[in-house]
Structures are given as C-alpha cells and as structure tokens.
Ligand binder design. Structure first.
Ligand code: SAM
Length: 242
C-alpha cells in the first residue's frame, strides 16, 4: 500500500523558506555532531527532504546517501548545488533497503513521528539497524509527547502565530495521534498543510531500538549537547548497533 505524500510539489518548492530558518551556527553544530559519529565517513539520512542536512554533511567530507518518500522533495534536493553528491533513493524509510553499510543513520526534524503507527515506527528502527555497520549509530531528533501540563479536553495547541506562519497541533489522545496544521501566508499566497503524526516518548523509542538490537549511548536536549532533563522540549538520542 502506498503511503500518503504530505510533501507534494507546492510544499516542496517552498520548503526551505517555510522550514529552514535555523542559524548558521546551529547548522554547523548539527553537521559537526553527525560528522563526529560517522567513523568511516559514511552516513544515510532517512527522510532526506531537500538536503538541509545531507548536503552540508557531504560538503564536510561524508559520503551521504538518503531515502526520501516524496518525489518533489527529491527533485528539490537534486536541483540544489551539491545535491548531486547525495546518493538519493525514493522510498519509505521504514521498509526501503538500499545498498551499503553505514556508520551513521540519522532521522531528524521530528520526522520519526511522520510514521503514524507503532508498527511503522518499529519497522523504521529495524530498518536503521539493518543499514548500520556493527558499532554504527542511529541518531533521532524528535519532539516529546504533549504530556506536560496537558489538559486532555483541550485538543488544540498553537505552536506558531506570526504574520507569515500559523501552526496548530490537534491531538487525539486516545490514539496517540495528532495533526500539525500549518498555514503560510506570503506574496505567493496561502499554503496549507495538515501533517498527521504519532507522538512517541523517548522511552518508547528505546524499546523499539532495543528490539532492533541497538543500545542508547547518549540523549541530549539539543544539538549543543545540553542535558536532557525536565526542561527539555525535544530529544536527540543516539543508539549504537551492538
Ligand atoms: C520535516 S521534513 C524533514 C526533511 C529533512 N530531514 C530536514 O531535516 O530538513 C520531512 C520529510 O520526511 C519525508 N518523509 C515522510 N515520511 C517518510 C517516509 N515514510 N519515508 C521517507 N521519507 C518520508 C517527507 O517527504 C519530508 O521530505
């Protein structure tokens, strides 16, 4: 069964402007963090998008491959300077097997949650482990479940309200599901996106990783390696394939 593609041409064309507003310092930190883990200079990005991370990582000397579901996002990546350095395969990161063995597999920007079932998320951990060399690492950057101070009768939470971008998460607490509603308003008009997600705790990730033969080696609150504690708003987790 084919997966729904929430990143068609209209979204892909504006992706970098709509989503990629990280500072140069933050981008350098992310690339340095990942580069350090790629002990044999090979890395595979699950859900490579437009190459926000994979292109600078390749420019830092890593041989990068990517798996990406949306053909429109693939086209954006390949059309960018440096995009031709990425070995890109269109497919589902939960199931697609590509050639080679990697010292690093990474899945960032909350994209694990774009897989909307327990089975698909578990399969994604298994697929990461299959692509890793022994001793290689799987890195995930993902948001935390909305448990803190939550009133489960309130299903809607605003996460962005600027002139250009309105964002509201809608929760279905019974089923551990949500939808991120986005509206972007600019000179090009209005773009709408409704992106379903399955929120997942770091502990549930650990169980999926363990079932796939991987052990947690580090967990941080951000790319500066800040301690993961009660104040954390997301987690960056590193598991090693045993
Ligand atoms: C938020 S973007 C992140 C892109 C990129 N990793 C980044 O950091 O900018 C999410 C991407 O995940 C892709 N995606 C969603 N589900 C996927 C799946 N099952 N397999 C591969 N890619 C997927 C989407 O097409 C989209 O390009």
């Amino acid at each position: 069964m084919s997966l729904p593609n929430h990143f068609p041409a209209e979204i892909a064309r504006h992706y970098d402007r709509d989503h990629c507003n990280q500072s140069a310092a933050e981008m350098e930190r992310i690339v340095a963090f990942l580069r350090e883990l790629a002990f044999d200079d090979t890395a595979l990005e699950f859900a490579a998008g437009t190459g926000r991370i994979s292109i600078p990582l390749a420019q830092a000397g890593i041989k990068v491959s990517g798996i990406e579901l949306s053909s429109a996002m693939c086209a954006q990546l390949q059309s960018k300077p440096g995009g031709d350095a990425i070995t890109l395969v269109q497919g589902d990161m939960a199931t697609k097997r590509i050639e080679g063995e990697f010292s690093l597999v990474f899945l960032v920007f909350n994209t694990l949650s774009n897989l909307t079932s327990f089975e698909a998320q578990s399969a994604c951990f298994t697929n990461a482990a299959k692509h890793l060399a022994k001793g290689g690492h799987f890195v995930v950057e993902n948001g935390l479940p909305p448990y803190a101070n939550i009133n489960t009768r309130e299903r809607l939470r605003a996460f962005a309200c600027t002139e250009e971008h309105w964002g509201i998460d809608e929760y279905d607490f019974e089923n551990q599901q949500g939808i991120s509603h986005h509206l972007w308003l600019d000179a090009n008009g209005v773009r709408r996106m409704a992106l379903p997600f399955r929120y997942i705790s770091p502990e549930e990730c650990d169980r999926m990783a363990a079932a796939a033969g991987m052990t947690l080696t580090a967990r941080y609150a951000d790319w500066t390696r800040a301690a993961y504690d009660a104040e954390a708003e997301k987690h960056i987790s590193v598991w090693r394939k045993e």
